[in-house]
Design a binder for this molecule. Structure first.
Ligand code: 5GP
Ligand code: MG
Ligand code: MG
Length: 185
């Protein structure tokens, strides 16, 4: 879906489809340089937001990209992460001894990801790195080491490229700030 199809739902476009594509290729080159094609990392996507990043990153990579998925939910108030995480869908893959690359749409507080990174490390993964397309400044508050970041963005609530508001806008091609009247409706 293009921004044009959304009338006045969007306040502004933050990152265009073309910018996402260009940056993703750069991230893929950096990832290829850090791993060997003989032992490529297992890509772990966090549902549902990471679906678009995963699809694009996996196809951009010049080595075999095995993919698995987790679904997690954080307890507590809906707008802020509490840091207490519940696994709704676990990996199908045994990761002991393997290199794991978590693929995420966005890091806000970083609480979900720091929990996830620790959880996967405790299963005996050889390494657990994080790749996120977007990162908000708040992420700096929690100690989470993010190896690959697409774009640092302001604290505004954004949608598109997998990110939703009430399950909508995930299929928007760009990343955009939602207009305030949409929340009010
Ligand atoms: P945190 O890093 O705070 O633990 O939580 C990250 C999760 O919160 C993301 O995976 C995403 O689901 C959600 N989130 C954080 N910021 C935004 C945003 O600006 N827009 C949308 N749609 N979701 C967000
Ligand atoms: Mg996510
Ligand atoms: Mg959401």
């Amino acid at each position: 879906m293009d921004a044009n199809s959304l009338g006045d739902d969007l306040a502004r476009i933050l990152v265009t489809e073309a910018e996402l594509k260009t940056r993703l290729a750069e991230l893929a080159r950096a990832i290829e340089a850090d791993y060997s094609a003989d032992e490529p990392p297992l890509l772990v996507g966090v549902l549902k937001g990471a679906v678009m990043v995963m699809a694009d990153l996996a196809r951009e990579l010049r080595f075999h990209a095995e993919m698995d998925w987790m679904a997690v939910s954080s307890y507590g108030a809906s707008t802020k992460s509490s840091g207490v995480v519940r696994i709704l869908k676990d990996l199908d893959t045994e990761i002991a001894g393997r290199d794991v690359l978590i693929v995420e749409d966005i890091i806000d507080s970083g609480l979900t990801l720091s929990w996830l990174q620790e959880n996967l490390a405790s299963r005996g993964a050889r390494s657990v790195r994080i790749c996120t397309m977007l990162r908000k400044p708040d992420a700096a508050k929690v100690e989470v080491d993010v190896a690959y970041v697409g774009f640092d963005i302001p604290t505004d609530f954004v949608v598109g490229y997998g990110l939703d508001y009430a399950e909508r806008y995930r299929n928007l091609r760009d990343v955009a700030v939602l207009a305030e009247h949409v929340y009010a409706e």
